[in-house]
Design a protein around this ligand. Structure first.
Ligand code: P6P
Length: 337
């Protein structure tokens, strides 16, 4: 039975036991968690809070911004800019980086986030979430630029997400396993509800947007065809399918009971590696999944090893139960020979 301790107590105990959580990183995580609580309040208001619908603008991805995308982005910026733990922030909703204003002290961390992932689900009341990734500012020159963010995912010092669903749950890794904290609305604090998150190495559940099937490359077609063939096919077992179209919700299911999630390369956009963003979607989710005993690749290489070339770089994603990710990756490498 997991001890019901608060996020603060958990972080202080982690700091005391392992000594690998500097005070500034603990402060950063607590501030991000507080920002997620504020975002949850806006999300939960729905139609009562004039937060639904589109904002009448587009983000750097060319996607129509929802009102809640912008609200969530502003909450995260305002919560984190004054604390002195950050040098700069980067967001799916902003073209360039946000450097902490000179009126505040600059810290040694870089925070990246997708403030509200899955926002196409907002208006239909399906789970959405905030994804975040923390890097250390490695260069010691005074200024900070976009190039400081372009570090491979294995450099992350922390990563997590908050899923706004039937429960509001914060899922976090600091490089020593994965813990889940459920928001206790009476206390107003995140309470530890799982501290030994482990993804089963095998699964019978896959997550992919099947409507794109005709656009995938051959190895991905092969893998999905084998899953659909079930007991009568080469896998000799039946599979189930889930697709929430909210990465946070699909990944949360996988961290909770296993499964494999795929958003593969698609011939409609041959020059784009994939739909999902490397720096603030794939990297944090890959860190969490690996810390929970799973695997994460771009169908060929470990996601956390990929050297980013630009802030909003896209990537193909295959993540979850280790043996399925390895099979999919093997099919792609075999086809490349
Ligand atoms: P599709 C949400 O927009 C997102 O970035 C991920 O959260 C989700 O997994 C994916 O896109 C859904 O994409 O093409 O199925 O709508």
């Amino acid at each position: 039975m997991t001890r019901r301790i608060s996020l603060t107590q958990y972080l202080i105990e982690q700091q005391r036991q392992h000594g690998h959580i500097p005070q500034e990183l603990r402060l950063l995580i607590e501030i991000v968690a507080r920002a997620c609580k504020r975002i949850a309040i806006s999300v939960n208001k729905g139609a009562l809070g004039d937060v639904l619908g589109t904002a009448g603008s587009e983000n750097v991805q060319g996607e129509v911004q929802k009102k809640l995308d912008i609200i969530a982005n502003e909450v995260l910026i305002e919560a984190n800019e004054w604390g002195g733990h950050l040098a700069a922030m980067a967001s799916e909703e902003m073209d360039g980086i946000y450097v902490v204003p000179n009126r505040y002290p600059q810290g040694e961390y870089l925070l990246l986030f997708d403030p509200l992932d899955g926002s196409s689900n907002i208006d239909v009341n399906v789970s959405i979430g905030t994804i975040f990734s923390v890097l250390r500012k490695v260069t010691n020159h005074r200024g900070v630029g976009e190039e400081d963010f372009l570090q491979p995912g294995k450099q992350q010092v922390a990563a997590g997400y908050c899923v706004y669903g039937p429960q509001t749950t914060l899922v976090l890794t600091l490089g020593d396993g994965v813990a889940m904290f459920t928001l206790d609305r009476e206390q107003g604090s995140f309470v530890l509800t799982s501290d030994e998150v482990k993804i089963p190495e095998d699964t019978k559940e896959f997550a992919i947007n099947m409507s794109n099937q005709r656009h995938w490359d051959a190895p991905m077609q092969r893998y999905i065809d084998e899953c659909l063939a079930g007991k009568e096919g080469p896998r000799e077992k039946d599979f189930n399918m889930r697709w929430i179209a909210s990465m946070v919700a699909d990944v949360h299911r996988i961290l909770t009971r296993g499964g494999v999630f795929m958003y593969p390369w698609d011939k409609r956009e041959p020059n784009k590696a994939g739909k999902l963003r490397l720096m603030y979607e794939a990297n944090p989710m890959a860190f969490l999944v690996e810390q929970a005993g799973g695997a994460a690749t771009n169908a060929r290489q470990r996601i956390l090893d990929l050297p980013p070339s630009k802030l909003h770089e896209r990537v193909s994603v295959v993540l979850g139960s280790k043996n399925e990710v390895e099979r999919i990756t093997a099919y792609h490498l075999e086809a490349d020979k």
